[in-house]
Design a protein around this ligand. Structure first.
Ligand code: SAM
Length: 326
């Protein structure tokens, strides 16, 4: 859509404080320059005191939202994971809002300080290194603490690697479960996958390049050879989506080696009628009955034989139910 129409649409849609009808003269400028000059020239959009959970780009800086720019200009403080990373972001947009680090290693110490600032009436933006904060990133305990103090919390949605990966996977998107990062060690990873194996939804994982091949192999073994996608470097120059069944993806990365960049793995739901699709509760009920009189090994063999579920999956489940798999 031509930029002028964009500007018009934005002003019709209630964002007129950022892009006004007078956008005509400046329509040739990149939209973030128009937005930034408005923000810096006119007094920045006012935000009520509170905590603002703000998404930032996952690669392409032009994915910043106009509202995120408004807020990052107006905020008293931006809490971020790594000040060096976020400094590059805010400097790119010509901003100089103070940054403070809030990450897993200092969160316990910093949270009360941020809450004090918020109680004193500050506008605080929470961002992560990239994407949506709180999604495999710090923030939910800060939200919890803010809500407990009656501090207003608001979200400025935007880029999210999990959603971008899901959209591009070509897999069903009507029902999905975001599972974050799987454990790095194979035994724990397989236990987590066993827990997910009967979920009747598309599964979305974050994964690191060095672990990708092994992780895909474990997925194929525990979830079955489902359709899947590896989405890499989303919104960046070398964006790539490889759509294949899990076993073929695992074989590809075993041979090709770890790919460069950041990765989302998306796995299709279990096909209706396969053992994986059968009800978790029914399997647990059979196992619990068997475990009442048998060892984990004997119970899982008996239940696997009786139900046709894969032995490994039944064994993992029996371990979890007996409390020995945790
Ligand atoms: N909160 C972020 C979000 O909403 O996108 C995710 C943070 S998590 C710590 C980082 C992981 O997200 C990466 O290891 C990778 O799995 C995924 N990721 C982030 N950016 C990505 C990109 N551009 N392409 C593919 N995956 C990405």
């Amino acid at each position: 859509m031509p930029r002028r129409q964009d500007a018009q649409k934005a002003s019709e849609g209630g964002s007129a404080r950022v892009i006004s009808a007078e956008g005509e003269a400046s329509a040739a400028q990149p939209i973030e320059v128009q937005a930034r000059s408005k923000l810096l020239d006119a007094s920045a959009t006012r935000f009520a005191p509170g905590l603002y959970l703000t998404a930032t780009p996952i690669g392409n800086l032009r994915d910043i939202t106009l509202r995120a720019l408004d807020l990052l200009t107006a905020a008293d403080l931006v809490a971020c994971e790594d000040t060096r990373v976020s400094l590059r972001l805010i400097a790119h947009f010509g901003l100089a809002t103070p940054l403070v680090a809030y990450h897993e290693h200092n969160a316990e110490r910093m949270r009360p300080k941020l809450i004090e600032r918020l109680k004193a009436g500050a506008v605080v933006a929470l961002i992560s290194d990239a994407g949506t904060p709180l999604v495999s990133d710090p923030g939910w305990k800060l939200v919890q603490a803010a809500l407990a103090e009656g501090i207003p919390v608001s979200a400025l949605p935007g880029p999210s690697a999990a959603l971008a990966g899901l959209l591009l996977s070509g897999l069903p998107s009507d029902r999905f479960l975001f599972a974050g990062f799987l454990p790095p060690k194979s035994a724990a990873r397989k236990r987590s996958l066993s827990e997910l194996s009967t979920v009747p939804a598309t599964l979305v994982f974050f994964e690191t390049a060095p672990r990708l091949a092994a992780s895909l192999g474990d997925m194929a073994e525990i979830l079955g050879d489902r359709p899947a996608a590896v989405a890499r470097e989303l919104t960046k120059l070398y964006e790539e989506v490889r759509r294949r069944p899990l076993a073929a993806l695992a074989a590809h990365y075993r041979v090709a080696g770890p790919p460069k960049g950041e990765i989302v793995v998306v796995v299709g739901p279990p096909a209706a009628g396969t053992p994986e699709a059968l009800d978790d509760e029914a399997l647990d009920a059979s196992l619990n009955a068997a475990l009442a009189t048998m060892s984990v090994k004997d119970a899982s063999e008996a239940v696997a034989a009786a139900t046709g579920h894969p032995r490994r999956r039944v064994y993992q489940r029996a371990l979890a139910l007996s409390g020995r798999g945790r």
